[in-house]
Design a protein around this ligand. Structure first.
Ligand code: DGL
Length: 273
């Protein structure tokens, strides 16, 4: 049986498009709804409670649009809200992000791995449990990146200021001999070429987006919810920010022209246009 309902994917802004892209590549028959909560971006410096409230509002909006599954394409929102959302909506399958510490630990030969993420992600129980479960045998260097998401959102993918900011964080990690670097925020893969240029070929940069797409695939299979080949696939995008700016940033990331719609928050309720 095929299930033609859409999959809802969300982030604080354009970051989750890196995950959306991986899902689209892996599952071209699926219909995808994407929401970028640009009005509340960045999530990283906010409290976990605040991010949880936004994530609940977005989940309600996706469920009202008949989504069959929700992908939290944001490490910060996953850290803040995934376990609560699963409790609150037990019938809904959620897929969340967690920093890809496990593959980094499997690949390191120096025994030192680096993680870049937001402040909120590093403060979460989810992050603590990932490190406890997978990284007891190696050294993990945690680097919060305040201000980086805002730079990426304003299109500064390769500017000298963005490079200087990254060097300040990455060079001390390189001096401590990391050979694997986890991108623990879905915005960071957008500037992966710059990060790779700074760390050089001896440091493996890890983006978990393909693992997430595989997990979505597995879960659809398990629940017998995959869309059939006759499904009306395609992607619809909403933002709580300025749709024309969002569209321009999507273009910078290499997306073909798409319609970006607006969605508005009103007393905690999100209404898509
Ligand atoms: N892209 C998000 C993440 O993966 C959130 C970044 C932010 O808004 O601070 O953590």
């Amino acid at each position: 049986m095929s299930d033609h309902r859409p999959i809802g994917v969300f982030d604080s802004g354009i970051g989750g498009l890196t995950v959306l892209n991986a899902i689209q590549q892996a599952l071209p028959s699926e219909r995808l709804f994407y929401f970028g909560d640009t009005a509340h971006m960045p999530y990283g410096p906010r409290t976990l409670e605040e991010v949880r409230t936004f994530s609940e509002g977005i989940t309600q909006a996706f469920l009202a649009m008949d989504c069959k599954m929700i992908v939290i394409a944001c490490n910060t929102a996953s850290a803040a809200a995934l376990s609560d959302l699963r409790e609150q909506f037990p019938a809904v399958p959620f897929v969340g992000m967690e920093p890809a510490v496990k593959p980094a630990v499997e690949q390191t030969t120096t025994g030192v791995v680096g993680v870049l993420a937001t402040q909120a992600t590093f403060q979460s129980d989810l992050y603590a449990s990932v490190v406890e479960r997978f990284a007891s045998s190696v050294q993990v260097l945690h680097q919060p990146c305040p201000g980086l998401v805002e730079r990426i959102e304003s299109g500064e993918f390769t500017t000298p200021d963005t490079e200087a900011m990254l060097r300040r964080w990455l060079e001390p990690m390189m001096a401590r001999n990391i050979d694997a670097l986890v991108l623990g925020c879905t915005h960071y893969p957008i500037i992966r070429p710059l990060i790779e240029r700074i760390v050089g070929p001896d440091v493996r940069v890890i983006d978990p987006a393909p693992f997430i797409a595989r997990q979505v695939d597995r879960l659809l299979d398990q629940r017998d919810q995959a869309a059939g080949p006759d499904a009306s696939n395609g992607t619809t995008v909403w933002t709580s920010g300025d749709p024309s700016l969002f569209l321009a940033m999507m273009g910078r990331m290499g997306w073909p022209p798409t319609e970006v719609r607006s969605a508005t928050w009103n007393e905690g309720v999100l209404t898509p246009a």
